[in-house]
Design a protein around this ligand. Structure first.
Ligand code: AMP
Length: 648
């Protein structure tokens, strides 16, 4: 049976008084709905070398705090390359090749060369099936909701394993450069990553031989790299982190005060970035030259794409790009380029508007704008973002390195070298449990700061109920069927007690990495059960967006449905309690009272079969009016018996 939140709220005052426990529970529930925030800090020995890792969709980097200069630095190989392409290639002997050496196989051996594994982290096939055309390798549809796999030859790899190969490469790179074993790391993830994706990232680290001390949000890391919030007496600042990479766009609004970072909101688009600019240029040339795209080989198409990217980069600091490619002369002016990419930048600004709205802010409230990602090197991007916010943007730190540098700074904080910081992030969607009637009872609302803790008390619905099912959901809708189930477990061995007597406290704890732990405890007996929510599959951020949109679109219907479900639940509870009361006290009631009660109960029963909230409430009221006088009389009787020393 399902557990229930709002029990016996207003049957009749006198009946509620028969059991003060009911009032108590009601009060507790309201008190407990206040969410407490509990900040966890890391504490480690100063001597430890902890690396910061930006595990990117396209490229990954590793960084440390330089032991002498105390500045964050990117670890670069002797060829001074800092970026490790997030690409894994498997050769004929199934040897694993990672990074630059794997990149060349993207064109020659696409089936065996895995890029963008980050897009698959913590996801099922159902989550990614709409975008499988994006991958040139085999993403397996195994008709289950379990985590997605990638097939290379006869071997299946999980995104966690694939990411672990990249992390192993970064670990080895770091060990090679600093000549010290590296076992501890801070890894960054997008702020919108859900708990499945964060857990998957943590698991990938473990598989690579790294103890992942903290998963932090990329925008938080980027702000740290700009030294924002680093001095003790700094005034409160609100920051927009605009991150436009090759294939993704994210914007996050952060508040920083007294060394505390708080993510107020996030928004973005997982399929929007510099690759769109390249595609737009390529399509423009093909149209200009009147070429039938279907007549082109894949190699020529790829050649156009590479020239398009070259043009884009060249136009960051020049006015016109011209080149010869096969029999074609390709040219593009800065103006033409800007006209082509303006619609994409406009889309990013729409996301900024939404992020501001979610944070309850306007552009004027933003004090600092931080630019992240390779595509923020495009001058029009800087100009339009600056125009949008009405102030200059910060782009002085290398936009490819800024996140990894911030991860190293966070690693330094965890190493105990900088105790002034605390990092607070937010939950992207509300977290709650299912209560009677399939209603969602939110314990931690969306956009709550993490680490975060909340608890609420519930009780049993039936006499001698020995177990209670706790179903954990994520989402914004009032009915759990419209939300996403994260986990389910049974609290068993509840000692036999009358319905409504056990006090089951359900607590949610979202840790600093955004991972949810759920505990259910029956407080009278101490019986308890704890689970860590490791969902079988995650959500795409489009789905997160859709869930938010749905909650707005259906808000009116949802309110009506919730009211109806609540009325029905209340009606059912009242019938049950009245039934019990009558059975126990029939000798104290007149025939007339018994008959009137039976009629009113019948009328309520009938009303419960109809979807009419007002009718149900009227019938509840009618039953209450009939029961109130005799309930009070029975109560008085019980009290006077008690005063004479008899048991009630
Ligand atoms: P990221 O995902 O942050 O590594 O960014 C990669 C994207 O940045 C790719 O689309 C690159 O083509 C783009 N990019 C790198 N350098 C430049 C540049 N100078 N101008 C424009 N775009 C660039």
């Amino acid at each position: 049976m399902r557990i229930k939140g709002n029990i016996f709220l207003f049957f009749s005052k006198s009946l509620v008084l028969l059991n003060t426990e009911l009032y108590f529970r009601f009060l507790i529930k309201n008190i407990m709905s206040k969410i407490s925030i509990n900040i966890a800090t890391g504490s480690l020995q100063q001597a430890e070398m902890i690396v910061g890792i930006d595990l990117g969709t396209t490229n990954s980097l590793v960084s440390i705090i330089h032991p002498e200069s105390k500045q964050a630095i990117i670890l670069k190989e002797h060829d001074s390359s800092s970026l490790v392409p997030s690409i894994v290639h498997f050769d004929e002997l199934n040897n694993v090749i990672v990074g630059d050496n794997a990149k060349q196989y993207l064109e020659t051996s696409p089936q065996n060369t895995i890029f963008s594994a980050k897009r698959l982290m913590g996801k099922s096939y159902n989550d990614v099936k709409e975008s499988t055309h994006f991958f040139s390798y085999k993403v397996i549809d195994d008709n289950t909701e379990s985590l997605v796999k990638v097939q290379v030859g006869n071997t299946f790899y999980s995104p966690v394993e694939l990411s672990s190969f990249i992390l192993k490469e970064l670990k080895q790179r770091a060990e090679h450069i600093i000549k010290t074993p590296v076992t501890k790391a801070v890894i960054t993830v997008p702020a919108y990553f859900n708990d499945a994706q964060r857990q998957a990232t943590r698991d990938a680290g473990k598989l690579a031989g790294l103890d992942v001390l903290r998963i932090i949000n990329e925008p938080t890391a980027a702000s740290l790299a700009y030294g924002i919030g680093t001095s003790a007496n700094e005034k409160e600042q609100t920051i927009a982190v605009y991150d436009l990479g090759g294939g993704t766009f994210d914007v996050s609004i952060l508040k920083i005060s007294n060394g505390i970072f708080e993510v107020l909101s996030t928004n973005g688009n997982t399929f929007l970035g510099g690759d769109d600019f390249d595609r737009a240029i390529k399509d423009y040339w093909i149209k200009q030259l009147n070429i039938d795209i279907n007549s082109l080989s894949n190699e020529i198409k790829q050649g156009f794409r590479l020239r398009a990217e070259e043009a884009k980069i060249y136009l960051s600091s020049n006015e016109i790009y011209t080149t010869n490619f096969n029999e074609y002369t390709l040219s593009l002016t800065k103006k033409e380029f800007e006209n082509l990419i303006q619609p994409f930048i406009d889309k990013t600004l729409e996301c900024c508007t939404n992020a501001l709205k979610d944070a309850n802010l306007i552009t004027k409230d933003i004090d600092v704008i931080v630019m992240v990602g390779g595509s923020t090197r495009v001058s029009l991007v800087n100009k339009l973002v600056s125009d949008f916010f009405g102030k200059p943007v910060n782009n002085s730190v290398n936009p490819d390195e800024v996140v990894a540098l911030g991860a190293a700074i966070q690693a330094d904080i965890l190493a105990g070298n900088n105790k002034d910081f605390l990092l607070l992030d937010i939950t992207p969607l509300s977290l709650g449990i299912e209560t009677m009637g399939g209603l969602m009872d939110v314990l931690i609302p969306r956009n709550s700061k993490v680490p975060s803790k909340a608890a609420r008390q519930y009780t049993t619905h039936k006499d001698a109920q020995g177990s209670m099912r706790i179903s954990v959901f994520q989402g914004e809708r009032d009915l759990v069927k419209d939300n996403r189930k994260l986990a389910e477990f049974n609290l068993t061995n509840i000692p036999g007690m009358p319905a409504g007597f056990p006090k089951v406290e359900v607590s949610f704890m979202v840790d600093a990495d955004g991972i949810l732990k759920v505990k259910a405890q029956e407080l009278r007996s101490g019986v308890e059960q704890t689970i860590e929510v490791k969902p079988q599959y995650g959500l795409t951020d489009e789905e997160v967006e859709k869930m938010l949109m749905d909650s707005i679109t259906h808000a009116k219907d949802d309110i009506a449905t919730r009211a109806l479900v609540e009325a029905k639940t209340e009606g059912e509870q009242i019938l049950e309690t009245t039934e019990k009361f009558i059975t126990k006290n029939s000798s104290l009631l007149t025939q007339d009272e018994l008959m009137q009660t039976a009629q009113a109960m019948q009328a309520l029963q009938l009303a419960l079969t109809m979807d009419d909230k007002n009718l149900i409430q009227t019938k509840i009221e009618e039953l209450n009016t009939i029961s109130k006088p005799y309930a009070e009389r029975v109560m008085d009787n019980a009290v006077s018996l008690a005063m004479k020393g008899k048991t009630i």
